[in-house]
Write a protein that binds this ligand. Structure first.
Ligand code: ADP
Ligand code: MG
Length: 139
């Protein structure tokens, strides 16, 4: 298994609810090393650029409005096989369907406001890390 990097975002709902520390604690409990971090308040356009892959989805406008509604904490995590492992620790996109103990089950409040983002593949991780940390060496 290779050492990978992935992009995670503690979304505005979790920041507003005061769950950033709880979520970071779960990253650390899983031995995901934080190698970069930025607190951002995205513009709608920046959120649209990040989620460009979803531009044709019916939830695109609402999602990008939500993602630009308040501060979010963006981080790069590093570990062996971290892309798949973070997705497991996050749980299913819909918190109602996420497994017990996963971050989205614990702290997500709806399908849209699901508290955390994680890259879904090597290529998307490279794009997403470059989007927020253009100076950081990519995978
Ligand atoms: P994931 O974040 O699990 O990779 P997707 O890439 O499919 O999920 O979707 C990106 C984000 O868009 C989700 O995390 C969630 O915030 C939102 N989202 C996805 N599907 C829906 C939906 N049907 N209705 C509202 N929001 C959605
Ligand atoms: Mg996704």
């Amino acid at each position: 298994m290779a050492i990978e990097r992935t992009l995670t975002i503690i979304k505005p709902d979790a920041m507003a609810a005061g769950h950033a520390g709880d979520i970071i604690r779960l990253f650390e409990a899983n031995h995901f090393k934080i190698v970069a971090a930025r607190l951002v308040h995205l513009t709608k356009k920046e959120a649209e650029g990040f989620y460009a892959v979803h531009v044709d989805k019916p939830f695109f406008d609402s999602l990008t409005a939500f993602m630009s509604s308040g501060p979010a904490l963006v981080m790069v995590l590093e570990a062996e096989n971290v892309i798949a492992r973070l997705r497991e620790v996050m749980g299913a996109t819909d918190p109602a369907k996420a497994a017990p103990g996963t971050i989205r089950k614990l702290y997500g409040s709806s399908l849209e406001r699901n508290c955390v983002h994680g890259s879904d593949a090597l290529q998307t991780a490279a794009f997403e890390i470059g989007y927020f940390f253009p100076g950081v060496e990519l995978i």
